[in-house]
Design a protein around this ligand. Sequence first.
Ligand SMILES: [Zn+2]
Length: 411
Amino acid sequence: MIDLLLHNVKSLHCDSLLDVGIENGKIVYLSHSKSEVPNSKQIIEGNGNVLLPGLVESHIHLDKAFLLDKMNEDATNLNEAIKLTAQLKQGFTKEDIRERSLKVLKRCVDYGVTHMRCHVEVDPIIQMKSMEVHLELKEQLKDLIDIQIVVFPQEGIFKQKGTADLMRESLIMGADVVGGIPYNDRDPIEHLNFVYQLANEFGKPLDFHVDFSDDPNQLAILDIIKLTHLYQMEGRVAVGHLTSLGSVEHEKARQIASKMAKEDIHVFSLPATDLYLNGRGDTERVRRGLTPVKLLLEEGVNVLYGTNNIRNPFTPFGTGNPLDIALLLAHSAQMGTFDDAKILLEMTTYGAARALGLTSYGIEIGKDADLVLFDSKDIRNVLLDRPKRLCVWKKGKEIGTDSIRSLIKVN
Ligand SMILES: [Zn+2]
């Protein structure tokens, strides 16, 4: 007998209403809605509201979220943001990182996020403090949210002696993804070669912060394309920002996008940060400073978006709701049609799941029952209204608003 049946729900991919049956945390029944329903212990009437698979936050920094009350000044460009955050980082403790991370996680779970990839800083300043906190949280919260941990050398690898060893130690301790940031090291090529070798050695995917500027000549992406091919990492490499590409001459940008599509390199647009920090050197014809989302999509690149930062020198805004970022990207990348709304919702669900390599994701028989039921009968309005969640399920279990608090207490 089915444990729970969601009756009359609307999905992203089907025009008629569906019934979704859940048993032992998995989706076991899927059918167009009928008045006759299979034997079920519990039936929830969906009333035609939209059911999505759990939202995926594909790029976020928990360890430097909520820093506004510690800042005496604001950053006005990327270098200032990096410098200011590095200063604040000297005061971070494990308790403080945990508290600020939980504040974000609680919001995300409430917003229907069931999977998240976060970039965790390791360097001689913060050492392993943040990594240890994230590994603990990943385990403690696993019934609420799946967390992927990227080892992130924010301060560079070679200009900060000791970082390479900390990265290796993190991977041995259980980090999931190798991170990289070629624009903040003494030599971008040396940086890239190291992280590809490290990823290869540990059999992990790669996730970069790359080409974060308006300079059309800053194109580490070209080396990333070559190395991805060389190391046969097709589909296992993702890049965030990639805003320089937005300043590249159109035909050249198209050729680069096409090469990225061939290597199946995923792109995370991070509009909250990119719009805030880029374009500041322009006194007229001010650039938006985004990666060219539509061009990349046209060439077949898997484009997603992420929150990146919440209320810190890089981005003094943010709520933790991926749909807020979706709406921001809808405005700034000029994606306003009905089809665009569907694409934007697809990005933070199925598209992001593919980039993160999630294998048991989606509204399909046999997949995990990670689901969000929105208080909206219209797909487009899920983007426009960012409506209330009527219910969120993680592996078939209903997630309440106080779930994090009770789980932490229990542990
Ligand atoms: Zn980031």
